[in-house]
Design a binder for this molecule. Structure first.
Ligand SMILES: C[S@@+](CC[C@H](N)C(=O)[O-])C[C@H]1O[C@@H](n2cnc3c(N)ncnc32)[C@H](O)[C@@H]1O
Length: 237
């Protein structure tokens, strides 16, 4: 496989590039009005999307106002999967990481409009967020749906799913917890299978989309004749 799968020690290469984030004033006001509420007020490092080295680990029960199983979605975009999936599971809480502010703002507006109360949004890099904000062995599931595919070989180092990230996800899942991934890029799906199936902490379960709704990214992949892979892994004890 041509992809560079060596673990990255400090992730100076991120899975996203900074994009200019224009929002309407009303959208920005509504989003910022939720800071400390639906939007977690994460202590930032040098960049808007980074997490301060000394940020405190979240008290998940305090964050959600109850004790319940917690799922993390990484790169939720405007919540096309997240909102229906969270609404269908009122007994579960979902922590959503999204670095692109307009997408996070659209998600927050939708949560308010649809009165979905079991989601909190962390508008920071999910790698730093999982490392610094999420307690070890605290998540029942992690969802990684349509992560940016970075198809060019020279960009493969930006792909989220690599051995170091699999170590991180394994450390945050409870034993028996599941990691669900979806992609429309066959070659990235192969990379995911290699990385996660080859990881001692995971066993592969049958591939299954379960309750994952069709989103814009899936529709685009299907329209361009790409097959969708829905991978499921269990964290072994
Ligand atoms: C291709 S979109 C998929 C969105 C959504 N999961 C879906 O299926 O509709 C990937 C999203 O991941 C976000 N993203 C990429 N790397 C991230 C990271 N390290 N932390 C948080 N969000 C990230 C991007 O900003 C983008 O919104």
């Amino acid at each position: 496989m041509p992809t560079d799968l060596r673990p990255r020690l400090h992730r100076e290469v991120t899975s996203f590039v900074r994009r200019s984030a224009r929002m309407r004033d009303s959208q920005r006001r509504a989003y910022e009005g939720q800071l400390g509420g639906l939007v977690l007020d994460v202590p930032q490092g040098g960049l808007r999307t980074s997490v301060a080295d000394d940020a405190a680990v979240l008290d998940l029960a305090a964050t959600f106002g109850r004790v319940a199983p917690v799922v993390v979605e990484i790169g939720c975009g405007p919540g096309d999967s997240l909102v229906p999936m969270a609404r269908a599971r009122p007994d579960v809480d979902v922590l959503a990481f999204e670095v692109f502010e307009p997408a996070a703002a659209a998600l927050v507006a939708r949560l308010v409009r649809e009165d979905v109360t079991n989601v909190r949004v962390a508008p920071v890099d999910a790698v730093a967020g999982l490392e610094r904000l999420v307690p070890p062995a605290s998540l029942t599931e992690v969802w990684t749906f349509f992560p940016d595919p970075w198809p060019k070989l020279k960009h493969h180092k930006r792909r989220l799913v690599d051995p170091a990230f699999a170590d991180l996800v394994a450390s945050r899942l409870v034993p028996g917890g599941r990691w669900r991934l979806a992609t429309d890029w066959a070659e990235y799906a192969d990379q995911m299978r290699t990385v996660v199936s080859g990881h001692a902490a995971f066993v592969a379960l049958p591939e299954d989309r379960e309750d994952r709704p069709v989103t814009r990214f899936e529709r685009r992949g299907t329209a361009e004749d790409r097959a969708i892979a829905d991978l499921v892994y269990r964290r072994v004890a």
